[in-house]
Design a protein around this ligand. Structure first.
Ligand code: PLP
Length: 483
């Protein structure tokens, strides 16, 4: 044990020594990640039971801490960086992103106001303009970085609420008529959470029916708005999704935008996962009408190789977010107010991390074409997997695959018993995942247990998707033999 009671940080020599050692550790981990089971073989509470009950009184050696990374942390880790992680919406942290993240900790600026972090403030403005151009968003769209899409969307809903015309900033919610927010039944739960946070209430959230391809039906939206107005409620926000979480379906944003314009309702578009594909000219068709939205959220930490977390909210009405949230206490007034951007004005948080640094590293290191070609490869692999499903009579696809997410189930031998099919597919998914070779997850579409495979990992190659397919087929065969 070493007494570290003397003041001051870790000495420079030691910082360098272990800095190099940990980069080696991380490089070896990433290079060898395929040798681990994607999902750890671990029971709830297992790690906690191995950790001491109290923090050490005396400083410990770095060797010992690093040894515990291998001994305790690795075996309790689900490997998101694994090429066979095809669950949820995968997000890979790329090399340049990891290095950028490390440096933002080294600077440790707190970007509350321009003065507290000019570099963070101006790099954020610049990088978000680059990205806006890459995604062909309108020039009026201003970007703001938040941690997650959930928080971005909450701020968009807050702006929508502020622009509903009741001066809620001043008066609060009392005396305000019932406000109504609309989204499809496939919208992400973060929309509900944001609305709940803002006092809209579950009854204020209307889930609009979707069509056979899981897209919001505009006529149903129109009808709901009309009914609510007739009942004295105030429609104030519509959330459309480009790439829903279950099936990556795309709401008809163009038609929804027309309704919102006519009804004077804020339109927020959720492109948390699939939004980054606006960078690809061939995907333009999925983004029709986005230029007419009031706000749009996209997560580079989902499918653009940025380490968690980094979400961007673009809006053509940043002044409304500011109106909803800006409060400048005396101790944060600066001489530059009014001339510069003070990002604390755009939300509930004061302190902000230097998140744009890692994104800047990534945009520069891979370049626009480098990023585009990676997205295209994932889309190609997703379509290839969809084709294998379509060509195998024991399986069926349960949704279109406009991006690189494939929804399917096993349906062997013309089995039409829905309950039995649900059970079979749930077992199949569990068996596949317990091999440790791949990790995939599920959803429900039209009440059917649906297996979902997503290709968006930086390390995922055709051989990995093929391995996943083989593991799925082998496990189906085993299950069928048992019956
Ligand atoms: C993942 C996802 C979210 C939530 O993202 P967080 O950054 O984890 O809050 C919201 N909407 C959609 C469509 C998503 O896929």
């Amino acid at each position: 044990m070493k007494s570290r009671e003397h003041p001051g940080d870790m000495p420079e020599e030691e910082f360098k020594k272990y800095g190099h050692e940990l980069i080696e550790w991380a490089a070896k981990y990433l290079n060898g990640v395929e040798s681990f089971p994607v999902l750890p073989d671990i029971k709830p509470g297992e790690l906690k039971s191995k950790l001491p009950l109290n923090a050490p009184a005396e400083g410990e050696e770095m060797e010992k801490i690093i040894a515990d990374l291998d001994r305790l942390i690795l075996p309790a880790t689900t490997h998101w960086q694994h090429p066979n992680f095809m669950a949820y919406f995968n997000s890979t942290a790329s090399g340049p992103g990891i290095l950028g993240e490390m440096l933002s900790a080294a600077f440790n600026v707190n970007a509350m106001v321009w003065k507290s972090a000019p570099a963070s403030t101006e790099l954020e403005e610049t990088v978000l303009i680059w990205f806006r151009k890459l995604m062909n968003l309108p020039e009026e769209f201003k970007g703001i970085i938040y941690d997650t899409a959930s928080v971005s969307t909450m701020h968009a809903i807050a702006a929508a609420r502020e622009s509903a015309g009741f001066d809620i900033r001043k008066n609060g919610m009392s005396g305000v008529p019932k406000l109504k927010l609309y989204c499809s039944e496939h919208a992400h739960s973060s929309v509900d959470k944001g609305a709940l946070t803002l006092g809209i209430g579950l009854e204020g959230i209307r889930k609009i029916k979707s069509d056979s391809e899981f897209r919001m039906i505009p006529a149903e939206l129109e009808k709901a708005i009309k009914d609510d107005r007739a009942n004295g409620a105030v429609p104030f926000c519509v959330v459309a999704t480009i790439g829903t979480t279950s099936s990556t379906s795309v709401d008809p944003v163009d038609e929804i935008a027309k309704i919102c314009e006519r009804e004077k309702i804020w339109l927020h578009v959720d492109g948390a996962h699939a939004g980054v594909t606006a960078m690809l000219p061939e995907m333009k068709k999925h983004f029709n009408g986005l230029d007419r939205a009031d706000s749009f959220v996209v997560n580079p930490h989902k499918w653009l190789f940025v380490p968690v977390d980094l979400s961007i909210l673009y809006t053509r009405k940043p002044e409304i977010i500011k109106k909803a949230f800006s409060l400048i206490p005396e101790y944060l007034k600066t001489a530059e107010d009014g001339v510069v951007e003070n990002y604390m004005d755009y939300g509930i948080q004061l302190g902000r991390r230097f998140r744009s640094l890692k994104f800047w590293f990534i945009l520069r290191y891979f370049g626009v074409e480098g990023l585009r070609s990676r997205l295209r490869e994932h889309i190609r692999l997703g379509r290839l997997f969809a084709k294998w499903i379509d060509e195998d009579s024991r399986f069926e696809r349960l949704a279109p695959a406009p991006f690189s997410t494939v929804c399917f189930r096993a349906k062997p031998g013309g089995n039409n018993d829905e309950k039995a099919l649900d059970e079979l597919n749930e077992k199949l998914l569990n068996n596949v995942n317990s091999t440790g070779k791949v990790f995939i997850t599920h959803t429900k579409l039209n009440g059917k247990f649906t297996i979902r495979l997503v290709v968006s990992g930086l390390r995922t190659e055709e051989k990995h998707v093929m391995l996943a397919w083989n593991v799925i087929k082998e496990n189906l065969e085993l299950l069928l033999q048992q019956n």
